[in-house]
Design a binder for this molecule. Sequence first.
Ligand SMILES: *Cc1c(COP(=O)(O)O)cnc(C)c1O
Length: 336
Amino acid sequence: MSWIDLRSDTVTQPTAAMREAMAAAVVGDDVYGDDPTVNALQQRVAQLAGKEAALIAASGTQTNLLALLSHCQRGEEYLVGQEYHTYRYEAGGAAVLGGIVPQPFEIEADGTLDLAAVAKRIKPNDPHFPITRLLSLENTHQGRVIPQAYMQQARALVDAHGLKLHLDGARIFNAVVASQTSLAELAAPFDSVSICFSKGLGTPIGSVLVGSKSFIARAHRWRKMVGGGMRQAGIIAAAMDYALDHHVERLTDDHQHAQQLQAGLSKLAGIQVDPAQTNMVYVHFESATAAEQVHQQLKQQGILVANSPKMRLVTHLGITTEDVQRVLAAFQQALA
Ligand SMILES: *Cc1c(COP(=O)(O)O)cnc(C)c1O
Protein backbone atom coordinates (compact mmCIF):
# COMPACT_ATOMS: atom_id res chain seq x y z
CA MET A 1 0.00 0.00 0.00
CA SER A 2 1.35 3.45 -0.92
CA TRP A 3 0.98 6.21 1.63
CA ILE A 4 -1.11 9.28 0.88
CA ASP A 5 0.52 12.05 2.91
CA LEU A 6 -1.68 15.14 3.30
CA ARG A 7 0.15 16.58 6.32
CA SER A 8 2.06 19.18 4.31
CA ASP A 9 3.41 20.07 0.87
CA THR A 10 6.87 19.84 2.44
CA VAL A 11 6.67 16.02 2.21
CA THR A 12 7.13 16.17 -1.56
CA GLN A 13 10.01 14.10 -2.92
CA PRO A 14 12.31 15.39 -5.66
CA THR A 15 11.23 13.72 -8.90
CA ALA A 16 13.58 11.62 -11.02
CA ALA A 17 13.90 14.46 -13.54
CA MET A 18 14.65 16.98 -10.76
CA ARG A 19 17.35 14.65 -9.38
CA GLU A 20 18.86 14.43 -12.88
CA ALA A 21 18.96 18.23 -13.11
CA MET A 22 20.67 18.34 -9.71
CA ALA A 23 23.21 15.69 -10.69
CA ALA A 24 24.05 17.56 -13.91
CA ALA A 25 24.43 21.00 -12.25
CA VAL A 26 27.61 22.96 -12.95
CA VAL A 27 28.76 24.09 -9.50
CA GLY A 28 31.38 26.23 -7.76
CA ASP A 29 32.04 27.61 -4.29
CA ASP A 30 29.11 29.94 -3.63
CA VAL A 31 30.84 31.56 -0.63
CA TYR A 32 33.34 32.84 -3.21
CA GLY A 33 30.38 33.77 -5.45
CA ASP A 34 31.67 31.16 -7.89
CA ASP A 35 28.64 28.94 -8.38
CA PRO A 36 27.19 29.71 -11.83
CA THR A 37 23.98 27.77 -11.18
CA VAL A 38 23.31 29.71 -7.96
CA ASN A 39 24.14 33.02 -9.64
CA ALA A 40 21.81 32.30 -12.55
CA LEU A 41 18.99 31.15 -10.26
CA GLN A 42 19.30 34.26 -8.09
CA GLN A 43 19.19 36.44 -11.20
CA ARG A 44 16.20 34.56 -12.55
CA VAL A 45 14.19 34.87 -9.34
CA ALA A 46 15.08 38.56 -8.88
CA GLN A 47 13.88 39.24 -12.41
CA LEU A 48 10.67 37.21 -11.97
CA ALA A 49 9.94 39.11 -8.75
CA GLY A 50 10.75 42.50 -10.29
CA LYS A 51 13.47 43.20 -7.70
CA GLU A 52 17.13 44.18 -8.05
CA ALA A 53 18.67 41.19 -6.31
CA ALA A 54 18.07 37.78 -4.77
CA LEU A 55 19.80 35.48 -2.29
CA ILE A 56 19.46 31.73 -1.92
CA ALA A 57 19.23 30.22 1.59
CA ALA A 58 18.63 26.87 3.20
CA SER A 59 15.05 27.44 4.38
CA GLY A 60 12.19 29.91 4.56
CA THR A 61 12.88 30.36 8.25
CA GLN A 62 16.36 31.49 7.28
CA THR A 63 15.27 33.89 4.51
CA ASN A 64 12.66 35.41 6.86
CA LEU A 65 15.31 35.75 9.60
CA LEU A 66 17.74 37.40 7.16
CA ALA A 67 14.98 39.81 6.12
CA LEU A 68 14.10 40.77 9.71
CA LEU A 69 17.79 41.20 10.62
CA SER A 70 18.45 43.26 7.49
CA HIS A 71 15.47 45.60 7.95
CA CYS A 72 15.61 46.08 11.74
CA GLN A 73 18.37 47.01 14.17
CA ARG A 74 18.56 45.93 17.81
CA GLY A 75 15.82 47.71 19.78
CA GLU A 76 13.63 48.15 16.71
CA GLU A 77 10.22 46.59 16.25
CA TYR A 78 8.30 44.65 13.61
CA LEU A 79 4.52 44.47 13.36
CA VAL A 80 3.22 40.97 12.60
CA GLY A 81 0.27 38.55 12.92
CA GLN A 82 -0.03 36.19 15.91
CA GLU A 83 -0.22 33.18 13.58
CA TYR A 84 2.18 34.41 10.94
CA HIS A 85 5.26 32.27 10.51
CA THR A 86 7.64 35.22 11.13
CA TYR A 87 6.20 35.57 14.64
CA ARG A 88 5.03 32.18 15.83
CA TYR A 89 6.92 29.48 13.97
CA GLU A 90 10.54 30.65 13.84
CA ALA A 91 11.53 30.04 17.46
CA GLY A 92 11.72 33.77 18.16
CA GLY A 93 14.87 34.06 16.03
CA ALA A 94 14.48 37.79 15.33
CA ALA A 95 14.31 38.54 19.07
CA VAL A 96 16.98 36.03 20.10
CA LEU A 97 19.54 36.80 17.40
CA GLY A 98 18.66 40.36 16.46
CA GLY A 99 17.25 41.97 19.60
CA ILE A 100 14.24 42.84 17.43
CA VAL A 101 10.93 43.37 19.26
CA PRO A 102 7.81 41.72 17.83
CA GLN A 103 4.44 43.50 18.07
CA PRO A 104 1.88 40.80 17.20
CA PHE A 105 -1.78 41.32 16.17
CA GLU A 106 -4.77 38.98 16.01
CA ILE A 107 -5.38 37.88 12.44
CA GLU A 108 -8.72 38.64 10.73
CA ALA A 109 -10.85 35.83 9.28
CA ASP A 110 -9.51 36.55 5.76
CA GLY A 111 -5.87 36.18 6.88
CA THR A 112 -5.10 39.92 6.94
CA LEU A 113 -4.28 42.27 9.82
CA ASP A 114 -6.67 45.11 10.68
CA LEU A 115 -4.61 48.04 9.37
CA ALA A 116 -6.37 50.55 11.66
CA ALA A 117 -5.31 48.42 14.65
CA VAL A 118 -1.79 48.19 13.21
CA ALA A 119 -1.61 51.99 12.73
CA LYS A 120 -2.53 52.50 16.40
CA ARG A 121 0.49 50.46 17.53
CA ILE A 122 3.08 52.31 15.47
CA LYS A 123 5.14 53.92 18.24
CA PRO A 124 5.88 57.63 18.39
CA ASN A 125 9.53 58.69 18.56
CA ASP A 126 9.92 58.55 22.34
CA PRO A 127 12.74 56.92 24.33
CA HIS A 128 10.16 54.83 26.22
CA PHE A 129 9.37 52.83 23.09
CA PRO A 130 11.12 50.52 20.65
CA ILE A 131 11.45 52.09 17.19
CA THR A 132 8.79 50.70 14.85
CA ARG A 133 10.55 49.72 11.63
CA LEU A 134 8.74 47.01 9.69
CA LEU A 135 5.37 45.44 8.88
CA SER A 136 5.63 41.71 8.08
CA LEU A 137 2.75 40.09 6.13
CA GLU A 138 2.12 36.62 4.68
CA ASN A 139 0.70 35.32 1.36
CA THR A 140 -0.77 32.75 1.14
CA HIS A 141 -1.87 32.50 4.79
CA GLN A 142 -3.40 29.13 5.71
CA GLY A 143 -4.09 28.55 2.03
CA ARG A 144 -5.84 31.90 1.58
CA VAL A 145 -4.76 34.33 -1.11
CA ILE A 146 -4.55 37.81 0.38
CA PRO A 147 -6.20 40.38 -1.96
CA GLN A 148 -3.70 42.63 -3.68
CA ALA A 149 -5.84 45.71 -2.92
CA TYR A 150 -5.16 45.01 0.77
CA MET A 151 -1.42 44.79 0.11
CA GLN A 152 -1.60 48.23 -1.57
CA GLN A 153 -3.32 49.62 1.54
CA ALA A 154 -0.57 48.12 3.69
CA ARG A 155 1.99 49.82 1.41
CA ALA A 156 0.23 53.17 1.84
CA LEU A 157 0.28 52.71 5.62
CA VAL A 158 4.00 51.94 5.81
CA ASP A 159 4.79 54.82 3.42
CA ALA A 160 2.84 57.23 5.62
CA HIS A 161 5.00 56.17 8.60
CA GLY A 162 8.36 55.58 6.93
CA LEU A 163 8.30 51.82 7.62
CA LYS A 164 9.47 48.88 5.50
CA LEU A 165 7.20 46.07 4.26
CA HIS A 166 8.22 42.39 4.17
CA LEU A 167 6.25 39.51 2.68
CA ASP A 168 6.60 35.94 3.85
CA GLY A 169 5.71 34.46 0.48
CA ALA A 170 6.50 30.87 1.39
CA ARG A 171 3.65 29.84 -0.94
CA ILE A 172 3.54 32.94 -3.12
CA PHE A 173 3.54 30.81 -6.29
CA ASN A 174 0.26 29.26 -5.15
CA ALA A 175 -1.11 32.82 -4.99
CA VAL A 176 0.42 33.61 -8.41
CA VAL A 177 -1.31 30.64 -10.01
CA ALA A 178 -4.62 30.99 -8.13
CA SER A 179 -4.96 34.70 -8.87
CA GLN A 180 -3.44 34.49 -12.38
CA THR A 181 -1.15 37.37 -11.51
CA SER A 182 2.61 37.62 -12.04
CA LEU A 183 5.10 37.22 -9.22
CA ALA A 184 6.38 40.73 -9.96
CA GLU A 185 2.90 42.16 -9.49
CA LEU A 186 2.32 40.37 -6.18
CA ALA A 187 5.79 41.36 -4.96
CA ALA A 188 5.52 45.01 -6.08
CA PRO A 189 4.23 46.56 -2.82
CA PHE A 190 7.00 44.90 -0.78
CA ASP A 191 10.56 45.88 0.03
CA SER A 192 11.44 42.20 0.42
CA VAL A 193 9.84 38.82 -0.26
CA SER A 194 10.83 35.37 1.02
CA ILE A 195 9.92 32.50 -1.31
CA CYS A 196 10.05 28.76 -0.46
CA PHE A 197 10.91 26.16 -3.08
CA SER A 198 10.63 23.16 -0.76
CA LYS A 199 6.82 23.35 -0.43
CA GLY A 200 4.53 23.00 -3.43
CA LEU A 201 7.40 23.58 -5.86
CA GLY A 202 8.84 20.29 -4.67
CA THR A 203 12.57 20.85 -4.14
CA PRO A 204 14.26 19.02 -1.25
CA ILE A 205 15.65 22.27 0.19
CA GLY A 206 15.95 25.97 -0.60
CA SER A 207 14.36 29.40 -0.34
CA VAL A 208 15.10 32.74 -1.94
CA LEU A 209 14.97 36.27 -0.54
CA VAL A 210 14.46 39.17 -2.97
CA GLY A 211 14.83 42.93 -2.53
CA SER A 212 17.04 45.89 -3.39
CA LYS A 213 20.79 45.44 -3.99
CA SER A 214 21.76 47.12 -0.72
CA PHE A 215 19.19 45.08 1.24
CA ILE A 216 20.41 41.80 -0.26
CA ALA A 217 24.03 42.82 0.50
CA ARG A 218 23.08 43.16 4.19
CA ALA A 219 21.21 39.84 4.08
CA HIS A 220 24.29 38.21 2.52
CA ARG A 221 26.42 39.26 5.51
CA TRP A 222 23.79 38.01 7.98
CA ARG A 223 23.56 34.72 6.10
CA LYS A 224 27.30 34.25 6.58
CA MET A 225 26.97 35.11 10.28
CA VAL A 226 24.20 32.58 10.96
CA GLY A 227 26.19 29.86 9.21
CA GLY A 228 24.09 29.87 6.06
CA GLY A 229 26.91 30.27 3.54
CA MET A 230 26.84 27.13 1.42
CA ARG A 231 29.52 25.87 -0.94
CA GLN A 232 28.47 23.91 -4.07
CA ALA A 233 24.90 25.09 -3.59
CA GLY A 234 24.27 24.86 -7.34
CA ILE A 235 23.00 21.34 -6.60
CA ILE A 236 20.09 23.03 -4.81
CA ALA A 237 19.76 25.90 -7.29
CA ALA A 238 19.45 23.38 -10.13
CA ALA A 239 16.45 21.80 -8.39
CA MET A 240 14.93 25.25 -7.90
CA ASP A 241 15.50 26.14 -11.53
CA TYR A 242 13.88 22.88 -12.56
CA ALA A 243 10.92 23.65 -10.28
CA LEU A 244 10.42 27.07 -11.92
CA ASP A 245 10.33 25.36 -15.34
CA HIS A 246 8.11 22.41 -14.42
CA HIS A 247 6.33 22.80 -11.08
CA VAL A 248 4.68 26.22 -11.16
CA GLU A 249 1.85 25.76 -13.68
CA ARG A 250 1.02 22.36 -12.22
CA LEU A 251 0.08 23.97 -8.88
CA THR A 252 -3.38 24.36 -10.47
CA ASP A 253 -3.65 20.54 -10.22
CA ASP A 254 -3.08 20.81 -6.45
CA HIS A 255 -5.70 23.54 -6.21
CA GLN A 256 -8.20 21.45 -8.17
CA HIS A 257 -7.52 18.47 -5.93
CA ALA A 258 -8.11 20.65 -2.86
CA GLN A 259 -11.43 21.77 -4.35
CA GLN A 260 -12.42 18.17 -5.05
CA LEU A 261 -11.60 17.29 -1.45
CA GLN A 262 -13.56 20.25 -0.16
CA ALA A 263 -16.60 19.47 -2.37
CA GLY A 264 -16.64 15.81 -1.32
CA LEU A 265 -16.03 16.42 2.38
CA SER A 266 -18.64 19.17 2.66
CA LYS A 267 -21.33 16.54 1.91
CA LEU A 268 -20.38 14.55 5.02
CA ALA A 269 -22.03 14.95 8.44
CA GLY A 270 -20.01 15.68 11.58
CA ILE A 271 -17.48 18.06 10.01
CA GLN A 272 -17.37 21.64 8.71
CA VAL A 273 -15.15 22.38 5.73
CA ASP A 274 -13.69 25.78 4.81
CA PRO A 275 -13.61 26.85 1.15
CA ALA A 276 -10.32 25.87 -0.52
CA GLN A 277 -8.61 28.68 -2.42
CA THR A 278 -5.25 27.04 -3.06
CA ASN A 279 -3.75 23.75 -1.88
CA MET A 280 -5.17 23.55 1.66
CA VAL A 281 -8.46 22.28 3.01
CA TYR A 282 -9.34 22.93 6.65
CA VAL A 283 -11.74 20.44 8.23
CA HIS A 284 -13.33 21.33 11.58
CA PHE A 285 -14.41 18.53 13.92
CA GLU A 286 -16.87 18.78 16.80
CA SER A 287 -14.27 17.51 19.27
CA ALA A 288 -10.64 16.48 19.57
CA THR A 289 -11.84 12.89 20.16
CA ALA A 290 -13.81 12.84 16.90
CA ALA A 291 -10.77 14.16 15.02
CA GLU A 292 -8.48 11.61 16.72
CA GLN A 293 -10.76 8.73 15.66
CA VAL A 294 -10.83 9.83 12.03
CA HIS A 295 -7.06 10.42 12.10
CA GLN A 296 -6.53 6.83 13.33
CA GLN A 297 -8.93 5.26 10.83
CA LEU A 298 -7.37 7.15 7.95
CA LYS A 299 -3.94 5.99 9.08
CA GLN A 300 -5.08 2.38 8.95
CA GLN A 301 -5.94 3.00 5.30
CA GLY A 302 -2.54 4.50 4.56
CA ILE A 303 -3.61 8.15 4.74
CA LEU A 304 -1.61 10.59 6.88
CA VAL A 305 -3.29 13.75 8.22
CA ALA A 306 -2.62 16.06 11.16
CA ASN A 307 -4.30 14.90 14.38
CA SER A 308 -6.23 18.07 15.20
CA PRO A 309 -9.88 19.20 15.54
CA LYS A 310 -8.88 21.85 12.97
CA MET A 311 -7.45 19.34 10.49
CA ARG A 312 -5.39 20.68 7.61
CA LEU A 313 -5.25 18.63 4.41
CA VAL A 314 -2.55 19.77 1.98
CA THR A 315 -2.43 18.72 -1.67
CA HIS A 316 0.87 18.60 -3.57
CA LEU A 317 2.67 16.94 -6.46
CA GLY A 318 2.63 13.57 -4.70
CA ILE A 319 -1.19 13.51 -4.63
CA THR A 320 -3.15 12.21 -7.63
CA THR A 321 -6.85 12.44 -8.52
CA GLU A 322 -7.15 8.74 -7.57
CA ASP A 323 -5.64 9.57 -4.16
CA VAL A 324 -8.33 12.23 -3.68
CA GLN A 325 -11.02 9.62 -4.38
CA ARG A 326 -9.38 7.22 -1.90
CA VAL A 327 -9.25 9.95 0.76
CA LEU A 328 -12.92 10.87 0.25
CA ALA A 329 -13.97 7.22 0.52
CA ALA A 330 -11.93 6.81 3.71
CA PHE A 331 -13.46 9.92 5.30
CA GLN A 332 -16.94 8.72 4.37
CA GLN A 333 -16.27 5.35 6.01
CA ALA A 334 -14.69 6.92 9.10
CA LEU A 335 -17.55 9.36 9.64
CA ALA A 336 -20.37 6.87 8.88
C1 LIG B 1 7.04 26.70 5.64
C2 LIG B 1 6.87 28.15 5.86
C3 LIG B 1 7.96 29.00 6.05
C4 LIG B 1 9.40 28.54 6.03
O1 LIG B 1 9.59 27.29 6.51
P1 LIG B 1 10.93 26.44 6.34
O2 LIG B 1 10.46 25.10 6.74
O3 LIG B 1 11.91 27.04 7.26
O4 LIG B 1 11.37 26.51 4.92
C5 LIG B 1 7.72 30.33 6.23
N1 LIG B 1 6.46 30.82 6.22
C6 LIG B 1 5.39 30.05 6.04
C7 LIG B 1 4.03 30.65 6.02
C8 LIG B 1 5.56 28.68 5.86
O5 LIG B 1 4.49 27.91 5.67
